[in-house]
Write a protein that binds this ligand. Structure first.
Ligand code: IP8
Length: 262
């Protein structure tokens, strides 16, 4: 498909203060990441997480368990607006670097069925890409056939988009350097993995118990990575708080990251 297109996920913990109960955007971090994308000069689809703009309200109104009471309606509505506000901040950072972004809201383009993709209108991505725009989408609240509504995570979007667009690489921009053989928060001497096959990652994953989160706090991430490599797409994990690493990875300079290859 598109030869040098990169699918980038900005984690909610990188671009927001994720554990803050107030929604706080990390503007200086996002501005630097935007600079890296602009200087590297590739084609991109960008996905970002919700961080403190989404998770606090979603939890308060129990949105991921579906539509159970009328009172949740205003919670859904406010969450949708709050993640859209974060999306606007992200777009503004990117536009300051001259990047021609277009927001593609999941609540208007995707529906789920019991948390799994039901319908996803991807044609709009093709159309904007073919005109030289950069589509930007994000973790959102969406309609769900079985549950009424539920949450569509950035990881679900990235997995599905990687299957359709077969990017050069999927890059997860996180608040960790990459993957370790053990949880680096439990063992500070845990060995860093700079390169691993999906097969090895799979066997490492099954050996780990629930508490041994090798990304140091991003459970579920390995499952997503393995699904992406199943689509024959390589995955890079790198630290977004060191924005030079994103630039170096994009232009092929040596830097610190974890590469997962099929
Ligand atoms: O931060 C979650 O998206 P994520 C979206 O990518 C909401 O997991 C609304 C909490």
């Amino acid at each position: 498909m598109r030869s040098m297109m990169y699918l980038i996920k900005f984690g909610g913990s990188v671009i927001t203060e994720k554990s803050n109960k107030n929604a706080v955007f990390k503007k200086s971090v996002m501005d630097k990441l935007a600079e890296s994308l602009a200087s590297a000069g590739k084609e991109y689809i960008i996905v970002h997480g919700a961080g403190s703009f989404g998770h606090v309200l979603a939890k308060k109104h129990d949105l991921n368990n579906g539509f159970q009471s009328d009172k949740q309606r205003i919670g859904f509505s406010m969450t949708q607006t709050k993640v859209q506000q974060l999306n606007t901040y992200v777009l503004q950072s990117l536009q300051k670097q001259g990047l021609p972004t277009v927001s593609i809201p999941p609540h208007a383009t995707i529906s789920l069925n019991n948390h799994v993709e039901n319908e996803f209108q991807k044609e709009i991505y093709y159309k904007y890409l073919s005109k030289g725009f950069i589509p930007v989408t994000y973790g959102d609240v969406v309609l769900d056939k079985a549950l009424g509504f539920s949450i569509c995570s950035g990881d679900l979007l990235i997995e599905s988009l990687s299957e359709s667009f077969k990017p050069e690489k999927v890059i997860f921009v996180m608040d960790e350097d990459g993957l370790y053989k053990e949880n680096p928060k439990m063992n500070p001497n845990a060995a860093f993995i700079d390169h691993i096959s999906s097969e090895e990652l799979n066997s490492l994953n099954t050996k780990l118990d629930d508490h041994a989160d090798v990304t140091g706090g991003m459970q579920g991430k390995i499952e997503t990575i393995l699904q992406i490599t199943n689509h024959n797409v390589d995955v890079l994990l790198l630290n977004g708080n060191k924005p030079d690493r994103l630039y170096d990875a994009l232009v092929g300079n040596k830097t610190k990251y974890t590469l997962i290859q099929r």
